[in-house]
Write a protein that binds this ligand. Structure first.
Ligand SMILES: *[C@@H]1O[C@H](CO)[C@@H](O)[C@H](O)[C@H]1NC(C)=O
Ligand SMILES: *[C@@H]1O[C@H](CO)[C@@H](O)[C@H](O)[C@H]1NC(C)=O
Ligand SMILES: *[C@@H]1O[C@H](CO)[C@@H](O)[C@H](O)[C@H]1NC(C)=O
Ligand SMILES: *[C@@H]1O[C@H](CO)[C@@H](O)[C@H](O)[C@H]1NC(C)=O
Length: 433
């Protein structure tokens, strides 16, 4: 009884109180209707935008330009037109214990005041040898004047089949990017490489080549490489130990990547500054992701740049599948290429390649190349920049002339022939496929 009575009084009480909220909400309602009709409030979302939550967002050409990446791409990707000035090259010449004199010979063979050079002696070379090499560079009057030859003080521990090789190449590129604003292509040489054309020939012919082309021999990974290389996992102790050990192989296998395609090819490359800036800066993170992937990959120098370039929509169009080297392999191929000798001279010449490898230290074929192909008698392979006298065995390169003038020699014909083949439609149709 008490309960009912209580609820009765409660209802009677609240019966009187409903009127206040009722009129209050009536007022709000009326205000809303009025404001909606006179447009006092604007809805935070229009109907179109709301419905976009339920349909997949259509990323059109226009909308992608709203994101930061498109700005980077626009400012970065090669536009393809050749610059009016003659090109400049940046060379990395690397060597190991006992290589310093060969490195100097190769350096002088590819020297031109327009270019940039960086020398790296790896960790196996004793500090004494590094100091001697630095002294040779420091005491050369031309190098001292032009200031385009550098010796890396840091000697990296390098496992030639491991990621430490790629790391060292990337470090050299980073130094070259920071030290010089003016180079168009990066070329990777070792102490056992030698040029077959003069720098005058090379620079003269490449003046006419689009500065966006990357010379990198590449192929989709297949066959035994697919099985043996892309599924195995290695660890390169050179990354974290201070003494050199061989790479260790894991018994575990990994599956093939599905987020990108694997490519492989020659470790000898000629890459554009634009592509290498992309690799070093890594602003779309892909070059970095691939670098991390290749840490556990055997022979990463034969795949890293290849996989990066062929998985990028813009750069893959610029990849020309040639490494610009003449390299002779045994048949069937062994792990290392054959050393070249005088017997290989004609084949080297016929290949039209600007570089060849590998040569034993002071092999007689190098003297023949100096004499017949490079016209080298003194320190440097002479070019139009050498305007001194050569009377009485004097060095004509001790007097430097205009370095944008070239004296084209017989190498020009061979190089042009090579490039004609490489830039033909038929050849280009096979890019990154
Ligand atoms: C997406 O954009 C394309 C091209 O602009 C257009 O044809 C298509 O109808 C659009 N799709 C949707 C769902 O809006
Ligand atoms: C660069 O040159 C060295 C030779 O010193 C070679 O072993 C290496 O694989 C090359 N390529 C790359 C991509 O580092
Ligand atoms: C560059 O190309 C033009 C036209 O194709 C040609 O006339 C010129 O001789 C070439 N120059 C060099 C340095 O190859
Ligand atoms: C060097 O040669 C180039 C091409 O012939 C010319 O344009 C330039 O003015 C020359 N520079 C000097 C300093 O003589």
């Amino acid at each position: 009884m008490r309960k009912t009575q209580h609820s009765h009084t409660a209802r009677a009480f609240s019966d009187r109180r409903w009127m206040i909220p009722f009129f209050a909400s009536l007022l709000v309602f009326a205000t809303l209707i009025m404001s909606a009709t006179i447009g006092l409030f604007t809805m935070p979302y229009s109907e179109d935008e709301l419905s976009d939550d339920f349909i997949p967002y259509n990323i059109s050409e226009d909308s992608s330009s709203l994101f930061v990446e498109s700005d980077l791409q626009r400012s970065h990707y090669p536009s393809g037109h050749a610059s009016v000035e003659a090109p400049r090259l940046a060379y990395l010449i690397s060597g190991t214990k006992g290589d310093s004199h060969r490195m100097m010979r190769t350096l002088q063979g590819v020297y031109h005041p327009r270019n940039q050079y960086i020398l790296h002696l790896d960790f196996e070379a004793p500090p004494r040898e590094r100091l001697d090499l630095t002294a040779l560079v420091k005491n050369d009057p031309t190098f001292r004047e032009v200031e385009n030859v550098r010796v890396m003080e840091q000697s990296n521990l390098i496992t030639y089949k491991g990621p430490t090789m790629i790391a060292c190449t990337l470090q050299a590129i980073a130094i070259l990017l920071k030290e010089s604003l003016e180079w168009d292509w990066f070329i990777n040489l070792s102490a056992s490489d030698y040029p077959l054309v003069t720098q005058d020939d090379l620079l003269y012919v490449f003046s006419n080549v689009s500065r966006s082309l990357n010379f990198i021999e590449h192929d989709r990974i297949s066959g035994w490489k697919l099985k043996h290389r892309s599924k195995s996992i290695i660890i390169d102790p050179g990354l974290y130990l201070s003494k050199k050990y061989e790479v260790t192989w894991s018994t575990q296998r990994r599956s093939l990547p599905t987020a990108f395609k694997l490519f492989t090819g020659s470790a000898w490359i000629m890459l554009t500054r634009s592509f290498l800036e992309y690799c070093i800066w890594g602003w779309d993170n892909f070059p970095r992701t691939i670098l991390m992937y290749y840490v556990n990959f055997i022979s990463s120098p034969e795949g890293y740049f290849h996989t990066v370039i062929c998985n990028n929509e813009e750069y893959r169009k610029t990849a020309i599948s040639h490494d610009l080297h003449y390299i002779a392999w045994d048949n069937p191929p062994k792990q290392h290429p054959r050393s070249l000798s005088v017997k290989d001279f004609d084949k080297m010449l016929k290949s039209n390649a600007p570089f060849a490898r590998k040569f034993e230290k002071d092999d007689p074929v190098l003297d023949r190349i100096d004499k017949e192909l490079l016209g080298r008698t003194g320190r440097f392979v002479p070019g139009a920049w050498c305007i001194g006298t050569s009377d009485d065995g004097a060095d004509p390169c001790s007097v430097r002339g205009n370095d944008s003038v070239f004296r084209p020699g017989p190498g020009v014909g061979r190089l042009r022939e090579l490039l004609q083949g490489l830039l033909s439609e038929e050849f280009r149709s096979k890019q990154c496929s």
